[in-house]
Design a protein around this ligand. Structure first.
Ligand code: COA
Length: 318
């Protein structure tokens, strides 16, 4: 077995290995919730792969791909996933090698936080990551809200723009970097904004108040699984200035919902780390319902630093 960087030509096979690995997990642990053992659009894999540059890996046995790992780097925050091994190659150390290679590459590329999210109800995954040295850190939640029967309108002064033309691109990205630096020094979501734009996988909403950027939301309207209907707007990331306050964050989320409705979506998915309790509660108050959970685990010495008040809606799930 050998490890090497993932290439574009690997993607169809990686897609099948991913489906088979999760299918085997569901067969083994029937109670595990919300795991889709399905083929994903190849563009989604490619979007991750090119963002990860040489930090996405495959394990090969001869010409065959028997495992894969995708890493993600948000400035100094690094995480990996999905990671999977072909069912007939599991429990032979392939997953361990891929996980350790991911940690090593994130570390070498400047990550000071390194982690992953897994299914809290999968004993084999928890055992696997615990034996490797990862520690349980926090729950993370996916919440969903139907926007089908509601009227949404976003009134001034809080407006969003979706304009991401080349003339403004760098200036907007700089503003976003300044904002996320206030949430956590080193945090940088610019890769997510660029990739979403480049792959036409969705839109980033930039929220302004008195012409100042007070938040942004990277919204994915593309399908995560080939066979699903494209009716959900998945908010990959949403952030607001730490001084924004509850009312403004509430209006920012209303803006996302308005955008979802205007773009013909029926449902919005938002992510939140459970340690951001007040923002989790805000989502519940806005009528969101919990639809999936994850367990965030981190590598010893690379724990997550969070300011619990900062409005930072994300998950470490690819
Ligand atoms: C999780 C996964 C990547 C692990 O890959 P793998 O190649 O089988 O893993 P390894 O052989 O390197 O290590 C397996 C080790 O996990 C540990 N482990 C597994 N189940 C365990 C349990 N219930 N309790 C404690 N440790 C456990 C053991 O140390 C085991 O090694 P052993 O078989 O020698 O005892 C693989 O099972 C997979 O593809 N699963 C489906 C997809 C998935 O869930 N991915 C992770 C999503 S976050």
């Amino acid at each position: 077995m050998q490890l090497r960087a993932m290439e574009h030509a690997d993607i169809s096979e990686v897609n099948r290995v991913n489906r088979d690995a999760f299918r085997a997990l569901l067969k083994r642990e029937k109670h595990v919730a919300f795991v889709a053992a399905l083929l994903r659009p190849n563009a989604l894999w490619d979007m991750y792969r090119t963002a990860g540059q040489d930090r996405c890996f495959v394990a090969t046995a001869g010409k065959r791909i028997v495992g894969y790992a995708i890493t993600h780097l948000w400035g100094t925050v690094g995480w990996f996933g999905p990671l999977g091994v072909a069912p007939d190659w599991q429990r032979q150390g392939v997953g361990k090698d891929l996980a350790l290679m991911s940690v090593d590459s994130l570390e070498r590329n400047g990550a000071t936080t390194i982690g992953l999210e897994t299914m809290p109800d999968s004993v084999s995954n928890l055992g696997f990551y615990s034996r490797l040295g990862f520690q349980s850190n926090a729950m993370s939640f996916v919440l969903a809200k139907s926007v089908l029967n509601s009227e949404y309108e976003l009134a001034e002064p809080l407006m969003y723009q979706t304009d991401f033309s080349s003339t403004h691109k760098e200036a907007i990205i700089d503003e976003c970097g300044e904002l996320t630096g206030k949430i956590l020094p080193g945090l940088d979501y610019s890769g997510e904004i660029h990739q979403t734009d480049k792959y036409k996988f969705g839109t980033t909403l930039f929220f302004r108040h008195d012409d100042k950027l007070i938040g942004f939301a990277v919204c994915h309207s593309g399908k995560y699984f080939r066979s699903e209907r494209a009716e959900t707007l998945r908010v990959k990331i949403a952030v607001a200035h730490p001084a924004a306050g509850r009312n403004q964050v509430d209006r920012l989320i209303a803006g996302i919902e308005a955008f979802a409705r205007q773009s013909g979506k029926y449902r919005v998915h938002m992510n939140i780390n459970a340690r951001h309790d007040s923002w989790y509660r805000l989502l519940l108050e806005r009528g969101y319902r919990l639809v999936a959970t994850g367990l965030r685990m981190t590598w010893d010495g690379y724990e997550e630093e969070i300011s619990s008040d900062a409005p930072d809606f994300n998950r470490w799930v690819g």
